[in-house]
Design a protein around this ligand. Sequence first.
Ligand SMILES: *Cc1c(COP(=O)(O)O)cnc(C)c1O
Length: 426
Amino acid sequence: MHNSLLTREWAEEMDRQDELARFRQEFYVQEGTIYLNGNSLGLMSKRAEASLFTLMESWKHYGIDGWTQGKRPWFFLAEQLRVRLAPLIGAEEHEVIVTGSTTVNIHQLVATFYQPQGNRTKIVADALNFPSDIYALQSQLRLSGFDPDTHLIRIPSADGRCLDEGEIARHLTEEVALVLLPTVLYGSGQRLDVEGLTNLAHERGIVVGWDACHSIGAMPHQFHKWGVDFAVWCSYKYVNGGPGGVGGLFVHEKHLPATPGLAGWFGSDKQRQFDMTHTFVPAEDAGAFQIGTPHVLSMAPLVGSLEMFGEAGIERIRAKSLRLTQYLMDLVDTELAGMGFQIGNPRADEQRGGHVSLIHEEAVRICKALKGEGVVPDYRAPDVIRLAPVALYTSFVEVWEAIKRLKRIMTDKIYEQYSNERGVVA
Ligand SMILES: *Cc1c(COP(=O)(O)O)cnc(C)c1O
């Protein structure tokens, strides 16, 4: 690599050429702080704040009539928002709904699409998946009368960081009814071949669901075209929907209309919902998978946030994200060589997500020192430092500056001043 890449001037030049640079000023970026934790909780934007206030205003002014009046009538909000969400995941609008949370949506869609028959009774997930996904699968198996110890198959990982696609393929046997995989692994940031694995599972008669928590808002998807059966995601990571922001789900139109595994009145055909009968008439689109009253105030920031995604374009967001993470890895390779760091994510563009996974045996203390030096990283036990430069608000100069501070933390052994215990939220 040419030496000039390592200079602040080069980073400044990249920022000047950045066609998404104008979005940074729309976010509350704290002075002096370099926020690299957008993969856990995206920053607040002014537009998200404004749309939250808009919905609070309609509560203030309309009371109960806010359901049908005001700027954004609550009764139709989840359905309206899918217009902006569909392009992020490559879906037809009627295949998407904003509802629930990742975990709840897994429960809903596994309750709907896990249909054990004969010898085909197992569910496949991976040994590296987020615990909540696994807990949900375990309880769904129990509810169907199966023992999760024998019926939840977890694809092992040879290095504890990444999955081998050949190994995934070997686990998709004729005993498997359903497979749930992450589009991007939350730890290492490995991105899986969603299209290829979906096709493979379908050839073997297996229903495929994807957890897109770590890819939505960071890269494009083509869930409809790829024939994905269902998918779930949250909105508080790269989509910047705020803490506890309402998640979403996708169900391919080939499965619609569908009867949801877990029914509730907000899954009703909207024209019939207020008939108040005891016969459930589900919506014909993915709206059928809603359960109870939508969390309007937790959905509100999405109105403003998704507008920005529409303007920026998810292709451009991915292109910048790849440049940012590549630059970060280049700086790690050159500036931090010999300091015990290792890159835990695959390096190829098509195999990595939106964050860089830095491995170091002193990860706990290094993360604390980074925070002390004004860089917000994300720690994952036991030895992973996740760094997510986010296309909409992180600059190249910030990446350069973060690595400069990290280098100083290592050369001056600043991390040794911190204790080796992880915090409660980490
Ligand atoms: C963030 C995340 C979750 C969180 O689920 P919630 O129901 O929103 O708390 C679950 N699974 C994965 C893979 C995640 O990345």
